[in-house]
Design a protein around this ligand. Structure first.
Ligand SMILES: *Cc1c(COP(=O)(O)O)cnc(C)c1O
Length: 382
């Protein structure tokens, strides 16, 4: 049985659960029922089970586990990371303002631009890695919501969460942090004053590139924005399937091990790339050369995550040629899986975000680091 005294790795290994009291099964079952019968007196057989859009014991077990990881009051799973993130934006009333960090996950930026335009919400995009300037913008804008991502994908910019949380609150806003690249093991934004934290659980939380899921957690279950998010999940219904939730819970059981290995691998690769003359620059918060290294040290613990980017000396063609010569690291989007991936972000984002044409993003997996470094060595020469 898991208790509050146990370490996170222990909670995870036991999936925050106890063996089934009837059968002793050490793994929970998948509950496919969408509806639950009432008795002759029309009372529900179990008050916790009415209809499966919300009433799923696997959701509850998984959300309970994630809330413990985040030091959160409550968590809600969604059908994808974007479903989770969009539920946060939908708490903003028309006519209000949102400040969104620039240079983050392109899917969030692209969707937020369209959504805010349609809703008559003023969207201000600004660089939160310049903390003092970002705080001035918050004071000038008086937003309802401030949304940041740290470390940011794909440039690995690091934002000082405590600094931005204070300025957001002074401006009358709530702060939401997308901490997908860190996972709740390496960074707990709620501990630094953020109001909401979101993850694409599609990435490292599940870790096996085989399902889409998202999660939002709050430090205060009485907060009005949170109540809207809970209502939105229930009423608008962007819920996970039972099978996906079961897979996610299984993935989470090895999260501590995977994050440890992925972070160690990424650190070794970042240091190797920094020494390779064919590389112009390496972007990884675990490197002393990274401008956000000190902030990352202060608000992350146990490593700096699996995501890193590097600029190939030369132009777009040179970067694509390096990606093309990799034999082990797969050319594919996404991140946080057990297998390493490489992506040329400019091919995806074009000129819409200012991403460098010679940037390659790596999602580092759990392979042996020597094999990954050998693959990069072959592709880069140098
Ligand atoms: C992938 C990703 C998302 C979107 O998540 P989906 O599960 O693909 O909807 C959001 N934020 C970050 C940082 C991501 O990497």
């Amino acid at each position: 049985m898991s208790t509050n005294q146990h370490h996170v790795a222990t909670l995870l290994a036991h999936a925050n659960g106890t063996p089934d009291p009837v059968t002793g099964a050490v793994v929970p079952g998948i509950a496919p029922a969408t509806t639950f019968a009432r008795g002759a007196d029309y009372a529900l057989t179990s008050p916790q089970h009415l209809y499966a859009r919300d009433d799923n014991d696997l959701f509850r077990q998984t959300e309970g586990l994630i809330a413990r990881l985040e030091n959160a009051a409550a968590s809600r799973l969604f059908a994808s990371g974007m479903a989770a993130i969009s539920s946060i934006f939908r708490t903003v009333p028309p006519g209000a303002a949102v400040v969104l960090q620039s240079g983050i996950y392109w899917g969030t930026t692209a969707w937020a631009r369209k959504f805010c335009k349609r809703q008559g919400i003023a969207l201000v995009e600004a660089d939160s890695t310049d903390g003092p300037r970002f705080c001035e913008i918050l004071a000038e804008t008086n937003p309802d919501l401030v949304f940041i991502e740290t470390p940011a994908n794909p440039g690995l910019g690091v934002t000082d969460i405590a600094l931005v949380a204070e300025a957001a609150h002074e401006a009358g806003a709530i702060l939401a942090v997308d901490a997908t690249a860190a996972t709740p093991l390496l960074c707990k934004p709620l501990d630094f004053g953020a109001d909401l934290v979101a993850h694409s659980a599609t990435k490292a939380m599940n870790g096996h590139s085989d399902l889409l899921a998202g999660v939002v957690s709050t430090g205060n279950a009485e907060d009005e924005h949170w109540k809207l998010i809970v209502e939105d999940r229930h009423d608008a219904g962007a819920v996970l399937g039972s099978f996906e939730c079961w897979l996610l819970l299984r993935g989470l059981r090895t999260l501590a091990l995977r994050v440890e290995r992925m972070s160690a691998n990424a650190q070794a690769i970042a240091e190797y790339l920094e020494s390779n003359p064919a590389v112009e620059r390496v972007l990884y918060p675990g490197l002393e050369s990274h401008p956000g290294h000190e902030i990352a040290q202060a608000q992350m613990s146990g490593g700096y995550g699996s995501l890193l980017s590097f600029l190939v000396k030369g132009d777009e063609t040179d970067a694509l040629a390096v990606a093309g010569r990799l034999k082990l690291i797969l050319r594919a989007t996404s991140l946080g899986g057990v297998e390493s991936l490489v992506e040329h972000r400019y091919t995806i984002e074009g000129d819409a975000t200012g991403v460098a044409k010679n940037l390659l993003r790596l999602s580092v997996g759990i392979e042996h680091p020597d094999d990954l470094i050998a693959d990069l060595q072959l592709a880069l020469g140098g």
